[in-house]
Design a protein around this ligand. Structure first.
Ligand SMILES: N[C@@H](CCC(=O)N[C@@H](CS)C(=O)NCC(=O)O)C(=O)O
Length: 199
């Protein structure tokens, strides 16, 4: 498999980089801050966002799709539940939950703080976005009170995907009182290939 990853820094790119490293998949990195919005990136991602991938010459975008594909093709370790299994359904559940019920809220705050041009920003939703993120974080905190990882009681790519969002919550001050999530992040940070932003 020939993999090119368009990725940079600790944004959602960190999910795909971490997955490739855990999976033992060699990849060529195209990593520059000026990729976002460029025509070069738009060939692979129609919104010219990071991350994106070219796998055997075919474009693939959305960090969680790239992570899931790489995990399915990990040559040496088992990084994801088998397709068709109940555990795989739980992987899909947590990925969808993370994108729709966690990332979306913090992303809305982000675009209105530093992504959109200043004259297009609205600050009306910040408090509500934090509350909605915390409502979902509470769900994960309860689940992780009685299990170390999200699927099959072992570290999988699901934890890379969800862990990135939990860490975004920590970095934006949204984990107050969620001690199980803090302990979960500690477990993730201990992994040698962890790419989560520690700041
Ligand atoms: N749902 C997408 C989100 C991609 C995304 O929004 N990437 C950000 C960096 S983390 C980006 O490129 N933003 C630039 C922009 O929105 O113009 C994914 O998980 O890959």
């Amino acid at each position: 498999m020939h993999v090119t990853l368009y990725e940079h820094g600790t944004n959602r790119s960190a999910r795909v980089r971490w997955t490739a490293l855990e999976a033992g998949i060699d990849y060529q990195a195209i990593s520059r801050p000026d990729l976002i919005g460029s025509d070069e990136l738009r060939r692979v991602h129609p919104l010219a966002k990071l991350p994106a991938a070219e796998i055997d010459g075919r474009p693939l975008f959305e960090s969680t799709s790239i992570c899931t594909y790489l995990a399915d093709h990990a040559p040496v370790i088992d990084l994801i539940a088998n397709p068709g299994s109940w555990a795989r359904a739980k992987h899909d559940q947590w990925v969808a939950f993370t994108l729709a019920e966690m990332d979306a809220w913090l992303w809305n705050t982000a675009i209105n703080k530093y992504v959109l041009p200043e004259n297009q920003r609205m600050d009306a939703g910040f408090t509500q976005n934090n509350k909605m993120f915390q409502r979902s974080a509470a769900v994960l905190d309860r689940v992780l009170s009685h299990q170390p990882f999200l699927v099959e009681d072992r570290f999988t790519v699901t934890d890379i995907i969800v862990g990135w969002s939990v860490n975004w919550g920590r970095r934006t001050g949204n984990l107050k009182g969620f001690n199980n999530l803090k302990a979960y992040l500690d477990r993730l940070f201990q992994r040698p290939f962890c790419t989560l932003n520690p700041d």
